[in-house]
Design a protein around this ligand. Structure first.
Ligand code: AMP
Length: 283
């Protein structure tokens, strides 16, 4: 595995790979690699001849009061995991080479990026869209794997690829969970063991929604309110949002229609740690 830190060098390598008819798969991460990331690399490995992994804690997607500076950066450990997972190139630039002095350009996404998670984190998805687009140009992939764990991010990226006519196939990878149902996340290391147990309430909420829909309950806001109550009554937990949306626009949905699929989005605080989760629900 080769480690590349300079965007120009990565671009030159990617161009050569393309000239040699290599099929390139990319997985973009902020590092602190875990089972979720490794499952994306595995998917990329299955369909691409060359796998590029990017590790970059992107400042432009963090709000002023968020955890940019505390975000875990266990680089040596990440290198070992990436190597073992069969990554061919690890692209890990420093912030200065991605956003040099006098950097000015940012993508602006539309209404999809301003709802739900976007409302809580203004500008977040514009930052994500900008870095993802930059990394597409740097790594020149044929396919890119993103996790359903960040369902709204995945929808924003699908929209971006379609709106800007990018010739890249986006592949969605299922959410990897711990034994108690908690979605694996780099931010889970901030949790105390008590909070880690409590955080499984998000997955229990998703299971509860599946049960209610299975019993043909139709009012989605009513089910969401029940789940908020479940989260709120768990010690140390505070719900942020629980909402059912349609898969494309992420607009809240009121009534469950037979045979249709919805996405249940959840966010909650566990002590000082904010976690998100989601599940696809079929009515
Ligand atoms: P991050 O490093 O958190 O920005 O995540 C990088 C990629 O890994 C994104 O596409 C995430 O959706 C994906 N990812 C993060 N956690 C999980 C998980 N538990 N299961 C599957 N994919 C995940």
């Amino acid at each position: 595995m080769q480690i590349i830190t300079e965007p120009r060098q990565m671009q030159t390598i990617a161009e050569k790979l393309r000239l040699n008819r290599q099929f390139i798969g990319v997985v973009m991460t902020m590092g602190a690699l875990h089972e979720g990331h490794l499952s994306l690399i595995k998917l990329a490995r299955q369909s691409a001849g060359t796998v590029i992994l990017t590790i970059f804690v992107n400042p432009s997607q963090f709000g002023a009061n968020e955890d940019l500076h505390q975000y875990p950066r266990p680089f040596e450990q990440d290198v070992a995991l990436a190597k073992a997972a069969g990554v061919d190139y690890l692209f890990a630039p420093v912030a200065g080479s991605i956003y040099p002095e006098n950097y000015q350009t940012t993508l602006k996404c539309g209404s999809l990026s301003e709802r739900i998670e976007g409302e809580r984190r203004p500008g977040h998805f514009n930052g994500v869209a900008t870095i993802v687009t930059k990394f597409f140009h740097i790594t020149k992939p044929h396919i890119a794997i993103f996790g359903e764990k960040d369902a709204q991010q995945l929808a924003v990226i699908r929209r971006l690829v379609e709106d800007l006519n990018l010739d890249i196939k986006i592949v969605a990878a299922p959410i990897i969970r711990e034994e108690n149902g908690l979605a694996v996340s780099s931010r889970n290391i901030y949790l105390s063991s008590q909070e880690r147990n409590a955080a499984s309430i998000l997955y229990q909420g998703i299971c509860h929604a599946e049960k209610c829909i299975g019993e043909k309950q139709k009012s989605l806001p009513a089910i969401a309110t029940e789940i908020e109550r479940m989260i709120g009554s768990t010690p140390g937990c505070r719900p942020d949002y629980v909402v059912f949306v349609d898969e494309e626009r992420f607009e809240p949905v009121e009534i469950a229609e037979e045979e249709k699929e919805y996405r249940l989005l959840l966010a909650a605080w566990f002590g000082a740690v904010r976690l998100i989760d989601n599940g696809k629900i079929r009515a």
